[in-house]
Ligand binder design. Structure first.
Ligand SMILES: [Zn+2]
Length: 409
């Protein structure tokens, strides 16, 4: 079976001083063009329906927008696509009975399809205003994941998004890359298990490979900020205040969805990077008590993250399994130890009272979740497969054997 794994490589760019203005103008115009396409689509067709198809929207205003702006043809096409995707999102929300409003583009982002960007060793060229394409050097250490993504043969580079960070006055290229496998990332009979510990504060998720994913505190902070603003506006009670409430509600909903999508994407990428074929998480029935004091929003985020991990994992042939969470936070995950006691854990810190092993308590829990999954599998005797536990320092298989990681991963 042919499997495909997709990722996004984020690469810092160095732009020649004399081309900064050309690139800035290109991005601003891209945003304006996208807005104009979206406005036309939002205005609707003859029957009053929002237009969400590119082939219907493009002929209506493409020539006008291109003549008025002089934007590169491929960027103009990308702007239509960008607008259509946003309109489609609005219509989906309407279908769900949710409130929605005209898409407004404010971010410093331009979408480059493969005709508008070319990749070379160490640099790329970007379509822009001014004299010819902009030559942008990649900025990263020689030995870095970005260097592997951009210069190795393993990854196929597709389109990209160019983003401008105002604070640091820096351009970043977010390149979509993909890799194809002939079979599952890990052989079916040697399945590697990625343990994931989820939380409602601190980190959203911590993996048995030592990846700390998503700042849950930031998510909670943003939620409180939104709730405070909403409460203030509700007190005003004017029609304007009501409209603002709708708008900030939509903005926050979009932001938190994006935030969780980023986190779920990272988790699945972590599983792929370690050749895992199973992601093990705690069973909800066991943790309901632990998160019962969390706000409705935190509980929603907790569940939404898993829902997203499930479908993203499925897309790359990875299955998600659950284990009973009992003692996963109290047990020492050291392969030689396994001592279980309540005192082992003190907040974020885990310190084994028997062997003295110290590690982040969520990381310890994630390792125990993988361990538990493997134990369950061994005692149930299901299948003839050997499960492996994906650990930061190597691989522990279901029989207790240990293979050190060759890449130091
Ligand atoms: Zn221990």
């Amino acid at each position: 079976m042919l499997m495909e794994v997709q990722r996004t490589a984020v690469v810092k760019l160095s732009i020649p001083d004399e081309r900064h203005d050309d690139l800035k103008r290109t991005m601003n115009t891209f945003r304006d063009a996208t807005q104009r396409f979206a406005d036309r689509g939002w205005a609707g067709d003859d029957d009053g329906y929002v237009i969400t198809s590119r082939s219907r929207l493009q002929p209506l205003v493409y020539d006008t927008i291109r003549d008025n702006t002089g934007l590169h043809a491929d960027l103009t096409v990308a702007a239509v696509n960008h607008a259509v995707a946003a309109l489609d999102g609005c219509v989906e929300k309407m279908k769900d009975g949710k409130r929605t409003s005209r898409p407004v583009f404010t971010s410093n982002t331009a979408v480059y399809n493969t005709n508008a960007v070319s990749y070379f060793d160490g640099y790329c060229t970007l379509a822009a205003y001014g004299s010819g394409r902009v030559h942008a050097e990649y900025v990263y250490p020689e030995d870095s994941p970005q260097a592997d993504y951009m210069e190795g043969d393993e990854w196929t580079k597709q389109g990209a998004k160019l983003r401008y960070d105002r604070q640091s006055d820096t351009y970043y290229l977010h390149v979509s890359i993909k890799q194809e496998y002939d079979e599952l990332p890990a052989e079916a009979e040697s399945r590697t298990v990625l343990g994931v510990d989820r939380n409602v504060d601190g980190y959203l998720a911590v993996t048995s490979t030592g990846a700390f994913v998503g700042n849950a505190d930031l998510l909670n902070h943003k939620r409180r900020e939104y709730e405070r603003r909403r409460a203030r506006l509700q007190q005003q009670g004017t029609r304007n205040a009501h409209l603002t409430i709708q708008s900030i509600g939509d903005t926050f909903a979009d932001w938190s969805e994006d935030f969780l999508h980023q986190a779920s994407k990272w988790l699945v990428e972590e599983a792929v990077a370690h050749d895992c074929s199973v992601i093990a998480v705690e069973k909800l029935s066991g943790i309901r008590e632990r998160i019962s004091n969390a706000s409705k929003f935190q509980q929603w985020a907790f569940n939404e993250l898993l829902r997203q991990v499930r479908y993203k994992a499925k897309a790359v042939g990875i299955i998600v399994e659950t284990v009973n969470p009992a003692y996963t936070s109290q047990r020492c995950s050291d392969t030689e130890c396994g001592f279980t006691q309540e005192d082992n854990r003190d907040g974020d810190e885990f310190c084994c009272q028997k062997c003295g092993k110290k590690l982040h308590s969520d990381y310890n829990a994630a390792r125990n979740i993988s361990h538990k999954f493997i134990q369950n599998w061994r005692t149930s005797g299901s299948g003839g497969a050997t499960h492996h536990l994906a650990l930061k320092s190597g691989i522990l298989n279901g029989n207790g054997g240990y293979t050190p990681a060759t890449t130091g991963g």
